[in-house]
Write a new protein. Structure first.
Length: 413
């Protein structure tokens, strides 16, 4: 009986990623250091040659001017006259004449040196201005890829992750940086796509059983022959199921709102605040809380549903965490310093300033680590902050004098 052939084993997979082959002559790579060295070295050489040429011409002109003494002999008597040294005509003897010639030559030489210094300083100033202007232009040309990388990064942070730098040019440090940034954007885009897919799947998988439970409980509660204990248990389970649905909706909204808003439409912030007030007016009336405030029209670019969620969460918190009697909630909207401003202030318990930041953490309340109240699921302010960040704005909470909070939401117009 023939032996069965042994299966061929596959070669082991490498545990490392193969690196790109390096050039056999790495010193020939046109790096930024080499390019800047050649650029500024060449500029210095050209500037030195120009300055040397100018100094040579100025020195030649100065020496020509300094050697311009002209002597004239008139008549039988030796009389020396000069337009540049007129005092020579008053010499009485040779000794005095020689001294005057020496003094005049020294004066002319000093005048030529002073003139050379002044002209050289003017030439230096002119060359410095030209060198700085040329250097500024060349530096902008060399650093233009960095500006392109920065602009792309800002667009990615403000819009979506589909943009890439795709920098062309020599294989230098800037191109290596741009390629690395593009690879990072690819990974981020895949991660965000997977996150969105997970949020969609989780939304379906979590909502469906909760909806089925709610339907079954409502069917049992609609039975008039059900015992009273079963009715009470069904109501308790229905309230628990509703709380779970709110928690799931809040978590999914929190996950979606952490991303930037790509599709933006004009939204009137005053209209958004009015809708939030209408939804909480009944609850405010039951608690005896007065809702007031002037809301001026101010239009922002964003998602109307998410912006309404900000206002609704803030107004609901302001109504629920209020005083027992004589409480009020003030909601105002206005445009201020080129930004849209939504302010929700209320009466309520005194809030220490050091506990303000804890209010924006998920599942955190004032002096409470985990959710344990029937007022909500502990995600309202976290969702409001995430939605505000997604719209390029921010939310600030400040303790109000006498108790309560002042919530300020600023959004770009």
């Amino acid at each position: 009986m023939a032996a069965s052939p042994r299966p061929v084993k596959a070669p082991p997979k490498p545990t490392w990623e193969p690196k790109a082959q390096e050039s056999p002559y790495p010193w020939l790579r046109p790096t930024i250091r080499i390019r800047l060295t050649l650029l500024y070295g060449g500029m210095f050489l050209i500037a030195g040659i120009l300055l040397l040429s100018i100094i040579y011409m100025l020195a030649a002109q100065a020496l020509h001017d300094a050697g311009g003494l002209e002597f004239q002999v008139k008549g039988t008597n030796v009389q020396i006259s000069s337009d540049m040294c007129p005092q020579l005509a008053s010499a009485l003897n040779n000794t005095q004449l020689n001294e005057m010639i020496k003094d005049c030559t020294a004066a002319q030489r000093q005048h030529a040196l002073d003139s050379l210094l002044n002209r050289a300083l003017l030439a230096l100033v002119g060359l410095s201005i030209i060198a700085f202007a040329f250097g500024y232009a060349m530096a902008g040309r060399v650093l233009s890829p960095l500006g392109r990388i920065t602009r792309t990064a800002r667009r990615v942070a403000g819009t979506d992750l589909t943009r890439r730098i795709e920098l062309d040019g020599p294989d230098d440090e800037l191109k290596e940086l741009a390629d690395t940034f593009d690879e990072m954007l690819d990974r981020l885009e895949r991660a965000f796509t997977a996150q969105q897919r997970f949020v969609g799947n989780a939304s379906h998988e979590l909502r469906t059983p909760l909806a089925i439970n709610r339907t079954l409980l409502e069917v049992h509660l609609s039975d008039p022959e059900a015992p009273g204990e079963l009715q009470q248990l069904g109501k308790t389970l229905l309230a628990t199921n509703e709380r779970s649905e709110q928690l799931v909706e809040g978590l999914l909204l929190l996950a979606r709102s952490d991303n930037q808003i790509v599709e933006r439409k004009p939204v009137d912030l005053a209209e958004v605040a009015d809708r939030a007030i209408d939804q909480t007016r009944a609850e405010a009336a039951d608690k005896g809380v007065e809702v007031r405030g002037e809301r001026r029209p101010v239009v922002v670019q964003g998602n109307g549903v998410l912006l309404e969620r900000i206002a609704l969460n803030l107004v609901q918190n302001a109504v629920r965490y209020n005083v027992a009697e004589g409480g009020w909630v003030e909601v105002t909207t206005e445009a201020q310093h080129g930004q849209a401003l939504l302010v929700v202030s209320n009466t309520g318990p005194v809030v220490p300033a050091y506990e303000i930041d804890n209010l924006f953490e998920p599942f955190r309340r004032l002096r409470t680590e985990r959710t344990g109240s029937d007022k909500g699921v502990g995600l309202g302010l976290s969702i409001a902050r995430s939605v505000a960040r997604a719209h390029g704005g921010r939310i600030i909470a400040e303790p109000r004098e006498g108790g309560g909070l002042v919530m300020r939401v600023t959004l770009p117009v």
